[in-house]
Write a protein that binds this ligand. Structure first.
Ligand code: SAM
Ligand code: SF4
Ligand code: SF4
Length: 383
């Protein structure tokens, strides 16, 4: 096997400043909730990474040999403060954002995250509704934190879980964390009323595909929605290979062979998951048995209605999961930019967006970390 050599360059260097037009009174953009990018896609979903640190070392995300004790994690002063996050989230909401997902790294490692949730829960959409506020976690701290998160105003939660077999799970998180503790955390989230709970399983061929059926059997009828995610070529450090991707179509076929499924309508425009319901004896959806989802990020591009923006831990705005450059909003938040300036900057940045990486993937070589245009890591901008 050839050795992977990945230079430890700082992936966070490429930055774009806010477009000058944002500050020009003649081309200043106001927020009316109707913002669209160059492909006509609205801005609805904001994912905020609250830390670039994690207590797991899933090898598809933060491989141990790269994310070791010498890795240059961000100092605390570089992170957006809760006040900065809340301010920028309010301005995104003015542009039409309805859903906010807190992520990371492991978001529950951010100290006093409940305080941030409380602040975000007080924000409103342009229609005066509360935001759909959710969080993605590896579940390791949920048993301790679920009730406090709910009390702070968190509505739903997504827990990542790549298998039920303890040995497989310990190997995949690569820090020997027991699966039983995540399962207890999921129960704590359910008991606290965080729902509906989604469970995300990244499927890597040759690593955990034999966990698919046990996971489906376990979560069927539980009220939780299990979703299978194709292993993606995010970042530049996970040594991604196409032959380790198990296409969603194969996942569905495997489940169908044991439990008949019927395809369901997407729940919302821009929804990443294709929904499949468990079928009853007549071939209709059995609502009590529930549903599963597949997220085919590799085999079936869904850029056409991608309405997601991502805010990195230090306040850079990324327009695509596979972006190589972020737009620096922190300097505006920490400078003397007014709300109107920042709203205008966001408007100009989103208005110029034409990213559609997944649709173009086949035409591009994987990023090995040696290219000048290095892609950001998932742990830095969140999933
Ligand atoms: N630490 C939290 C967690 O694991 O849920 C939140 C951050 S994690 C980066 C967000 C999601 O991205 C997780 O569901 C994780 O499984 C997924 N993810 C990370 N790397 C991935 C990859 N290479 N392909 C597909 N999904 C990935
Ligand atoms: Fe940590 Fe989540 Fe990445 Fe796993 S997927 S290493 S839990 S940030
Ligand atoms: Fe959106 Fe980029 Fe993913 Fe396409 S590749 S769906 S534009 S995040």
């Amino acid at each position: 096997m050839s050795e992977r050599v990945i230079p430890l360059v700082d992936q966070r260097i490429p930055t774009l400043n806010a477009p000058a037009a944002a500050f020009d009174p003649a081309s200043r953009m106001a927020a009316n909730g109707l913002l669209a990018d160059r492909l006509g896609r609205p801005l609805r979903d904001l994912r905020i990474s609250v830390t670039d640190r994690c207590n797991f070392r899933c090898n598809y995300c933060m491989p141990k040999d790269i994310f070791d004790k010498d890795y240059p994690y961000l100092p605390h002063s570089a992170l957006l403060s809760f006040e900065e996050i809340t301010r920028v989230a309010r301005l995104f909401a003015a542009h039409g954002v309805r859903k906010i997902r807190l992520t990371g790294g492991e978001p529950l490692l951010r100290k006093n995250i409940e305080i941030l949730i409380e602040q975000l829960a007080a924000l409103r959409t342009v229609d005066g509704e509360p935001l759909d506020l959710t969080l993605t976690t590896n579940g390791s701290l949920l048993t301790r934190k679920a009730q406090a998160l709910k009390d702070a105003g968190l509505r739903r939660i997504t827990v990542s879980l790549d298998g039920l077999d303890d040995a497989v799970f310990r190997r995949m998180n690569d820090v020997d964390f027991p699966v039983a503790d995540v399962l207890t955390g999921i129960e704590a989230a359910k008991a606290a009323g965080l729902g509906p709970i989604k469970i995300n399983m990244v499927v890597k061929r040759g690593t955990n595909e034999h966990e698919i059926l046990p996971m489906v059997r376990h979560f069927k009828g539980s009220g939780m929605v299990l979703r299978f995610i194709e292993y993606m070529d995010v970042g530049a450090t996970n040594g991604w290979r196409m032959d380790e991707v198990l296409p969603s179509a194969e996942v569905v076929k495997l489940i169908q062979a044991e439990m008949p499924l019927v395809q369901l309508e997407p729940s919302a425009p821009g929804e990443t998951a294709e929904r499949w319901g468990f079928a009853d004896a007549e071939g209709n959806h059995d609502a009590a048995a529930g549903e599963i989802g597949v997220i085919s990020s590799v085999t079936h591009a869904f850029c056409g209605d991608c309405n997601r923006a991502r805010l990195s831990t230090e306040g850079r705005l990324y327009l695509c999961l596979f972006a190589t450059q972020g737009h620096d909003l922190r300097s505006l938040l920490r400078g003397n930019a007014s709300d109107v300036d920042i709203i205008s900057a966001i408007g100009h940045i989103w208005g110029a967006r034409d990213d559609r990486y997944s649709e173009l993937r086949a035409a591009q070589p994987p990023d090995t970390g040696n290219t000048p245009q290095r892609r950001v890591e998932m742990s830095y901008i969140g999933g």
